[in-house]
Design a protein around this ligand. Sequence first.
Ligand code: ARG
Ligand code: ZN
Length: 849
Amino acid sequence: MKDASPQTIYLADYTPPAFLVEKVHLTFRLSPEKTRVLSKIEFRPNPASSSRTFFLHGENLRLIGAKIDGAAITPQVTAEGLTADVPDAPFTFEAEVEIDPAGNTALEGLYMSNGMYCTQCEAEGFRKITYYPDRPDVMSVFTVRIEGDMPVMLSNGNPVAEGDGWAEWHDPWPKPAYLFALVAGDLVNHADRFTTRSGRKVDLNIWVRPGDEGKCAFGMEALKKSMTWDEEVYGREYDLDLFNIVAVDDFNMGAMENKGLNIFNSSCVLASPETSTDANFERIEAIIAHEYFHNWTGNRITCRDWFQLCLKEGLTVYRDSEFTADMRSAPVKRIGDVIALRARQFREDNGPLAHPVRPESFVEINNFYTATVYEKGAELIGMLKRLVGDDAYGRALDLYFERHDGQACTIEDWLQVFEDATGRDLAQFKRWYTQAGTPRLRVSEDYEGGTYTLHFEQHTPPTPGQEVKDPRVIPIAVGLLGPNGDEIKETQLLEMTEARQSFTFDGLAAKPVPSILRDFSAPVILDRETSNEERAFLLAHDTDPFNKWEAGRALARNGLLAMIREGAAPDAAYLDAVHTMARDETLDPAFRALAHGLPSEDDLAQSLHDAGHTPDPQAIWEALETLRDARAVTMEATARALYDRHQVTAPYRPDPEQTGARALANAALAILTRRDGGAQAQAQYDAADNMTQQLAGLSCLLQAGKGAAAVQAFYEQWQHDRLVIDKWFSLQILQAAPQDTADTTARLTEHRDFTIRNPNRFRATLGALAMSPAGFHHASGKGYKTLADWLIALDPLNPQTTARMCSAFETWRRYDADRRALIAEQLDRILASPNLSRDTTEMVSRIRG
Ligand code: ARG
Ligand code: ZN
């Protein structure tokens, strides 16, 4: 029941709401197929608006009745909402509607997951619950009464009263409707307490299905650490007496920051050593922090409209990355973030879905919860902090909280705070928010008479709808090394503001080796002609951990590109450098494990495309395999030694030390497996008492073609645990040989545990196909067809997840004519599906171009 021709919404068309809401009272009479929602909303005309048009959003609602100031009315109802004649003075609107949570497969609004009621309202889900001005600049105080026969019934804020079959909640903090939440079900809680620094005692709960109680302790510790960190670092305290987190099995995204009642995809909160990997633990800690930090950056200060999404998301991602850096290793966090940024955001910026961090138009806002808004949005905050300095950043944030608490704000408000706190003009910086695309920074150098000069030239390629770009301000952190490897100029921040700009360094006795863009000081692509000797030198000597890692990465990439393009042999300089680095016991094991990683298939495809070549996914895969085999030959003895040396014998802890040791030992295991045919991997699998070790063993066994028995055993051991079985689905696809990837995926979709209704399971299966480039892009086209078949099947049930997964096709123009034709055929087939959702229509149309 979506529009035939979806409408585009423009930032430029923003107007303030005609009516504001003082208070809203909601009553829910829960019933799986026929839930009644009674609303009582106190409106008043908005003095800041000249319009008196009364419009309430509402979708898929059955209106039972409506009243204004107690008198029944008959409003005009369309598929998008309702209009009515109202007084030009404060009035009360009441409505009763009926909704069908059990039939809600889109998982937006009020829906049922495994017998429990839950909600997801961001961005525009509240309109599927009742008629309301569902826009973030309408903030109101909510009181909620829930009637039903569920043992636990929760909403935002504080409990007011409860009785047999009912509970009442009140949230004193005005909030937009997207932060509303309700949960009702048979739940048990893991409880704890936190005292804020001003003495407020806060009850903390993680609510889960019976049986999952044992998987809450880690999340609870993460929550308490987040609360302390936000007090210490940002001076932000929690503002209610209760903080609830609920784990839900069917959820489109990771988690949601509803006021006082965060709702989490169970994969992002439930953790135990037996069922979760080290990576899972780290991610859970980060997401708990992220949602908690939203209480100030998102909830107390929210967004005026959805174009401003990065105001809360960029800042909150930045805050959670600072938190993780403080809790764990800052360099390891930074390197991991940059790997993810390049893999997802640079990819997005370079294709048909490129959009500014603050977009100017959209059809479906759910399609803009992107790596650009989130991760590039966070990079912009990092740049701003580098440019103004730590102290000024602190002052600007204090001013932001003081000036805008309780408001719905814009990026202009955000930048104004920095201008006022620092006196700095940020007009040019603002281009980072309005211009899409990743700037390319070309670097050249000269050295004469003791003076060293770096010449920079910036250029951003055109993106859809933005042909020409203006130069941006780019903070470039640079340090210089002397010929003997000593640091001769410490890191300094160069501020590039022109299209072309040079910076000089005087008084140097010899030509230095530059370390440019330390700590990845700006989200740009650095173009620099340089030798492999210099890269090996930086890998050995750079004091900046990010650039040290980057030098190794560049060496690996160049060697691989030569293998792919010219049929070159594996690069001896790379093999030698990575071998030396692996044995350097002064280096953090986690860093060594990262430095051991190779550029991804997708990364190499993009590099080839950038250099004017057509990537062949099969050739890329083969080059990586050849390099891994070569590395296994040269490093076999070292891998054996590393494997033994870095075994963890202490009881499992998901802390940075053990995590780093396991990462390095498992990198060594992957190397050994290429030599011993899987003997060590089988031993590790058999002995494992935690999921990190078990899964690494299984992964290596599959890689070696010896996984059949372990795959069976793993299933039998874990078939009762949905989150572990998700891993089982993914791994078989990720480890399949390219010609088998699509068939393995198709076979697994026939497994009795596959279900199209659970987003985690769908992503574990079809998402794994999309994440296996050589298999997905197999010349037969069966990868494309398998994915398209399932996206077409999912769209009528769950448009949001379907639309997100369409981005698997976003790189299609890189490839050869045959592959492009095969993909175009699938994109057209999706577009031609009857009643295709607005979400998927927008995504596929943008990708198809
Ligand atoms: N605000 C949530 C977070 O980043 C994400 C919610 C996204 N939901 C959606 N329907 N697009 O923590
Ligand atoms: Zn967020």
